[in-house]
Design a protein around this ligand. Structure first.
Ligand SMILES: [Zn+2]
Length: 229
């Protein structure tokens, strides 16, 4: 089974276990009808930094708090910080911290979107000190950033960028501890199997072993920490 930890497509292959991402919407109307259309697959749910409802934050957070308790919601996120897009950074930080608190309450790991804000992300982890695992999705940054995140206990999810051997993702893959690693397709059309195959080649690790490692990582997030499965 290929675990795809972050995707925006609810359809899946037979050999794939997906975590389908729900973005908590901005508009009042969409917030009210949101729970009516949730697919019955494993989910992550979060307020994306691009879609913070500046005048409706409480409603968005209340909906997330409610969804966070759903059994099929396995992660809180994607949530986080984006220097290039979305609301002001102070507001993004405030909403991110509130989502970390929700994740702590329900004891579920956090899937993080982070663009050019790694120092802020590290500071927030230092201040809030969440016990739940924090996974940076779509990681495609340089070795220096990767190492400082490894030192601080973050997990990583790598995606389609791996297909290009000149990408940061492909270059840092071997430097990330195997027990901190996940893979994802995000919004791309590529299959998760192709991404695993490429990673297997780059790591010089048989595909079946890699699949086992990644599933063990998923399970161990609930083993090491008092997290609800
Ligand atoms: Zn995404």
């Amino acid at each position: 089974m290929f675990l795809n930890i972050h995707t925006h497509h609810p359809e899946k292959y037979d050999n794939e276990q997906i975590i389908f991402n729900l973005i908590i919407p901005e508009s009042e109307e969409a917030l009210e009808s949101f729970t009516e259309e949730i697919p019955n697959v494993w989910l992550s749910a979060g307020i994306h930094p691009w879609y913070i409802a500046e005048d409706n934050q409480k409603k968005q957070l209340d909906l997330l708090s409610k969804l966070a308790n759903y059994q099929q919601v396995k992660f809180i996120g994607e949530c986080g910080l984006d220097r290039l897009k979305g609301s002001s950074l102070p507001l993004q930080e405030a909403i991110f911290i509130k989502q970390i608190r929700i994740a702590e309450e329900v004891k579920k790991p956090i899937l993080i979107h982070c663009v050019k804000c790694f120092n802020e992300l590290i500071s927030i982890k230092k201040i809030v000190r969440p016990k739940v695992p924090m996974i940076i999705h779509g990681f495609n940054n340089n070795l220096e950033i990767a190492q400082s995140l490894v030192e601080r206990g973050f997990y990583f999810s790598l995606g389609a960028a791996l297909m290009n051997e000149e990408s940061n993702a492909a270059k840092v893959l071997q430097q990330i501890p195997l027990e901190k690693l996940f893979f994802e397709t995000d919004d791309k059309e590529i299959s998760i199997q192709k991404i695993y195959e490429k990673a297997s080649y780059l790591l010089n690790l048989p595909l079946n072993s890699l699949k086992d490692v990644i599933f063990t990582n998923y399970l161990s997030m609930w083993g090491e920490h008092p997290v609800r499965r």
